[in-house]
Design a protein around this ligand. Structure first.
Ligand SMILES: [Zn+2]
Length: 286
């Protein structure tokens, strides 16, 4: 439910992003009359786990963009992640890393953009009740482990945020008060993106070196995310204690920057980094 609401809090679509996304949809023959000349909203794609590798990342004799490209500048939601085939999951790694997919044929190669936010959900075990207070898990240690190990370490290492959501009792669903409306959250997201736009705009041309924190490369990270000594110490100590990969450390810095932006803070403080580290999720899979 939460994953599907993400579409309602996404930052607005700038013209350039809309153009890129529209082009992919047009190539795939998916531009409907009602869409007008430009897609008005960021795409939200939710392919079923039976989707083929080619359907997911693109392919075919006459190469067509896959779901990762149709989700360009938007969201790719994979429900029940471990149910996707191993080949599909591993095929996600290239686009996640490079932001595009290259399909090589005998006489030519085609490249499609594929820069998307990956959102996925899974159960803690096949029956879904491991760690739950509502019911007892019937899977057994071994089966639960086998289920989780369908996701490779390198794939998990590409998720910035992993949150465990406790099962909710039926009466709690009916009697809970409505939370914060999407519109209020969307305003905070928009504000945080505005801080990023200002940070990454070139002073001369106004052109964006990066569109958001997630897109920072090594140089951008050095230039734009300055950690004071206390924050640096927290990062290195935590990384050593939990044997974090270099990739995980970079992710934590970017997420901390985003948390700081959401909190209207110009500096990344210890509390922002601490929160980012708690969201890495490495502890859920050990
Ligand atoms: Zn179970």
């Amino acid at each position: 439910m939460i994953a599907r609401r993400i579409a309602t809090v996404l930052p607005s679509f700038c013209r350039h992003e809309a153009l890129e996304a529209t082009r992919v949809h047009s190539v795939a023959g998916l531009l409907a009359e009602k869409d007008g000349p430009l897609l008005a909203q960021r795409p939200f794609r939710a392919p079923h786990h039976s989707c083929s590798v080619a359907g997911l990342v693109g392919g075919g004799t006459l190469p067509r963009p896959g779901e990762v490209s149709l989700a360009h500048n938007g969201v790719l939601f994979l429900d029940e992640l471990p149910e996707f085939t191993r080949a599909s999951l591993e095929a996600l790694r290239q686009p996640l890393e490079d932001g595009h997919v290259t399909i090589v044929r005998a006489k030519h190669a085609v490249s499609f953009p594929a820069r998307f936010m990956l959102v996925a959900s899974m159960n803690p075990c096949p029956c879904g009740y491991a760690g739950s207070e509502l019911r007892t898990c019937t899977c057994g240690e071994k089966e639960a482990y086998r289920y989780r190990s369908r996701l490779s370490g390198p794939l998990l290492d590409r998720f910035d945020v992993v949150v465990r959501v406790a099962a909710v009792a039926a009466d709690a669903v009916l009697h809970s008060s409505p939370g914060e409306p999407s519109s209020a959250i969307a305003r905070r997201v928009e504000q945080a993106r505005e801080h990023q736009r200002q940070r990454y705009a070139s002073p001369d041309s106004g052109k964006l070196a990066f569109r958001c924190n997630a897109q920072l490369d090594a140089r951008g990270l050095k230039q734009h995310i300055a950690l004071d000594s206390a924050t640096k110490t927290l990062l290195t100590d935590y990384a050593e204690l939990h044997q974090l990969s270099a990739r995980a450390m970079v992710r934590a810095c970017k997420v901390a920057r985003t948390i700081a932006d959401l909190g209207e803070s110009t500096e990344v403080e210890v509390s922002h980094l601490a929160e980012a580290l708690s969201l890495l999720g490495h502890h859920h899979f050990n």
